[in-house]
Design a protein around this ligand. Structure first.
Ligand code: NAD
Length: 160
C-alpha cells in the first residue's frame, strides 16, 4: 500500500513516515518546507534505511499535486500539512484560512480526479473551544475560538 503523507517533513509527519516505513508501507511525501527542513526528510531515510520520494511542493499548487498523483500510485493520504500556531493565526487569519482550507480543498479535488478515497486528517482539539470538562469526548459540541481552530472545524465539516 502506498500512502501520500502531506506535511511529512514536519514534527508529526516525520514520526509518521518513520512508523509507516518501518511497518512496510511505501510512502510519498509532499511538503512545502514552510515550517520544516529538507534535513528532516534525509533523517527519515537514514533512520529507516528506506528510500522514498519527496516533493517540495505546496498543496495550493494544483498542477504540482496533479503531477505527484500522476507519477505515483497512491492508495491513501495522511493529511498533516497545515499552519498550526494559534497565536499566529489570530495575527494572520487570512493566511491560515487560505493555506489550511484552500490547500485541503485542492488536495481533495486531485484525490477525486485520481479516485483516491481514503484519508486520515489531523484535526485539532481546538475545534472544541473551551470544553465544559476534560477529558474532551469526541461528541462534545464544536466551537473553535480562533482562526486556526476554525480552519480545522471547517475542514471537518467539509469531510462530513
Ligand atoms: N503538534 C501538535 O501538537 C498538533 C496537535 C493537533 C493537531 N496538529 C496538526 O497536525 C498537523 C501536523 O502538525 P505538526 O506539529 O507536525 O506541524 P508542523 O508544522 O511540524 O508540520 C506541518 C508541515 O506542513 C507543512 N505545510 C504547511 N502548509 C503547507 C502547504 N500549504 N503545502 C505543503 N506543506 C505545508 C509545513 O512545512 C510542515 O512541515 C498539523 O495539521 C497540525 O495542525 C498538531
Amino acid at each position: 500500500m502506498s500512502i501520500l503523507v502531506t506535511g511529512g517533513a514536519g514534527y508529526i509527519g516525520t514520526h509518521t513516515c518513520v512508523e509507516l516505513l518501518n511497518s512496510g508501507y511505501e510512502i510519498v511525501v509532499v511538503d512545502n518546507l514552510s515550517n520544516s527542513k529538507q534535513e528532516a526528510i534525509r533523517r527519515v531515510g537514514e533512520l529507516t534505511g528506506t528510500a522514498f520520494r519527496f516533493y517540495q511542493a505546496d498543496l495550493l499548487n494544483k498542477e504540482a499535486l496533479d503531477m505527484i498523483f500522476s507519477e505515483n500510485r497512491i492508495d491513501a493520504v495522511i493529511h498533516l500539512a497545515g499552519l498550526k500556531a494559534v497565536g499566529e493565526s489570530v495575527d494572520l487569519p487570512l493566511r491560515y484560512y487560505h493555506n489550511n482550507i484552500a490547500g485541503t480543498l485542492t488536495l481533495c479535488e486531485v484525490m477525486k480526479k485520481y479516485g483516491v478515497k481514503k484519508m486520515v486528517f489531523s484535526s485539532s482539539a481546538t475545534v472544541y473551544g473551551m470544553p465544559e470538562s476534560v477529558p474532551i469526548l469526541e461528541q462534545f459540541p464544536l466551537g473553535a475560538t480562533n482562526p486556526y481552530g476554525r480552519t480545522k472545524q471547517m475542514i471537518e465539516e467539509i469531510f462530513n
